[in-house]
Write a protein that binds this ligand. Structure first.
Ligand code: PLP
Length: 436
């Protein structure tokens, strides 16, 4: 493929000038591999951006999108529907844990997060508790880039360019502690009490002002922070005590990443709302969604039948191509039992990634499901540079890893074979050894 100029495109979350000096281009993908513009095969250790959970170019998904494009390209999203969006919502409701049984479609994780926050605010208002306007996020959280998600998000670098963001936001402490939890296998033992910070926020602001708490069950983008044992349970209990809604942002953890359909199921904690995206369509067509508990949905269905219950939505909510991709994706997950496959691979995966312990500059290895974070000691004068060099070495050696500062994240498609795990971790080990 000929790319005449790299000039016109502004790439997201990218050092554009650095990228243009040495561009990386992929032109095709199949199963576990990308193909670059110069014909190299690269093993995908990150499911693209945590989204291609069933592997690339899966035929049934491709065929479903092609057929749907030919049958119904677009249907107005407001005051009209098309069959696939109802079918997909019903399928999701069956897959979702507990009474999360109503689904609102968006086009991305960011939109799902902003939608969930708006539903939480509107829900309390409908119940006569319109004073509940505070939204609580967590340090180091990533909830996308909308003003809502950015406001509850906790990655300082992502926020600092954009002014004061939303008012009335609080943040819980993050759960990462290298002194206590480094090299934990699975959920770390220390840290459940960090959820008690929510009680302090309640004491400061009063429960009657707090609408919702949003957390990633496992924080992915910030560099894989695994929830301490008992932490999410404690957060759930405090939310219940004070009538605060608990939102799980499962944009990364959904669809098998943690060895179950959702983290809520794997970790046994039920949220009131859940956001999802990415693996929902295996990354093939953009789509996000918010699932809400039946009782929350019911609260909106009380007014006059002619009144619009939620004044919110997107031109492309429930887009036919996305729904076709979503339904075919759920079929692939089910037919190949991929969530259970991920769970079955977890012990081997855990052993493989913890084999990196002891390599130069490796200060932590952590894992849950088919996710791992490998933290490197930052260079005192240039934090992030070591991680970036490791990422580049891996790419040159034919393995795609994800780098956040000096943390390397791995999250391969759930179809990864045992030998590919060895190749992936081996490639990363070699890169870590080579980078001083
Ligand atoms: N929430 C979480 C937990 C995410 O990890 C992401 C993206 O990585 C988002 C929200 C934003 O999703 P999107 O990039 O589709 O807007």
């Amino acid at each position: 493929m000929q790319t005449n100029s790299l000039e016109s495109l502004w790439l997201p979350f990218t050092a554009n000038r650095q990228y243009q000096a040495a561009p990386r281009l992929v032109v095709a993908a199949e199963d576990m591999h990308y193909v670059t513009d110069d014909g190299r095969r690269v093993l995908d250790g990150t499911s693209g951006l945590w989204c291609v959970n069933a592997g690339h170019g899966r035929r049934p998904i491709v065929a479903a999108i092609q057929a749907q494009a030919a049958r119904l390209d677009y249907a107005p999203a407001f005051q009209m529907g098309h069959p696939l969006e109802f079918t997909l919502a019903a399928r999701l409701a069956r897959l979702l844990p507990g009474d999360l049984d109503h689904v609102f479609f968006t086009n991305s994780g960011s939109e799902a997060v902003d939608t969930a926050l708006k539903i939480a605010l509107a829900y309390h208002r409908l119940r006569g508790e319109g004073g509940r306007t505070h939204l609580i996020g967590r340090e180091r959280a990533y909830h996308g880039v909308g003003f809502g998600g950015l406001s509850v998000g906790g990655i300082g670098n992502n926020r600092k360019q954009f002014g004061p963001l939303l008012p009335g936001i609080g943040h819980l402490p993050h759960t990462h502690d290298l002194d206590r939890n480094a090299f934990s296998r699975g959920q770390p033992a220390w840290g459940a009490h960090l959820a008690d910070a929510l009680e302090r926020l309640v004491a400061t602001h009063d429960a009657s002002t707090i609408a919702a708490v949003i957390v990633e069950p496992l924080a992915g983008s910030t560099g894989v922070l695994v929830p301490p044992q008992g932490y999410l349970e404690r957060l759930r209990a405090i939310c219940d005590k004070h009538g605060i809604l608990l939102i799980f942002d499962e944009v990364i953890t959904g669809f098998g990443r943690l060895g179950a359909a959702f983290a809520a199921e794997r970790l046994g904690v039920q949220p009131d709302l859940m956001t999802m995206a990415k693996g929902l369509t295996n990354g093939a067509v953009p789509m996000g969604a918010v699932a809400v508990r039946g009782a929350i949905h019911q609260t909106f269905m009380q007014g006059p039948p002619a009144a619009i219950e939620l004044l919110h939505g997107y031109t492309y909510s429930g887009h036919p191509l996305a729904c076709a991709a979503g339904l075919a994706t759920l079929d692939v997950y089910a037919e190949e039992d991929l969530f259970a496959r991920a769970r079955g691979l977890e012990p081997l995966w855990q052993d493989a990634v913890h084999g990196l312990r002891g390599l130069p500059h490796v200060v932590d290895v952590r894992n849950l499901g088919l996710v791992a974070g490998i933290e490197l000691e930052p260079r005192p004068d240039s934090p992030g540079s070591r991680g970036y060099e490791v990422y580049l070495r891996c790419w040159d050696a034919g393995v795609l890893v994800r780098q956040t500062g000096d943390i390397i994240a791995l999250s391969p498609p759930l179809i990864v074979s045992e030998s590919q795990i060895a190749e992936m971790v081996g490639g990363l080990a070699a890169a870590i050894r080579e980078v001083a």
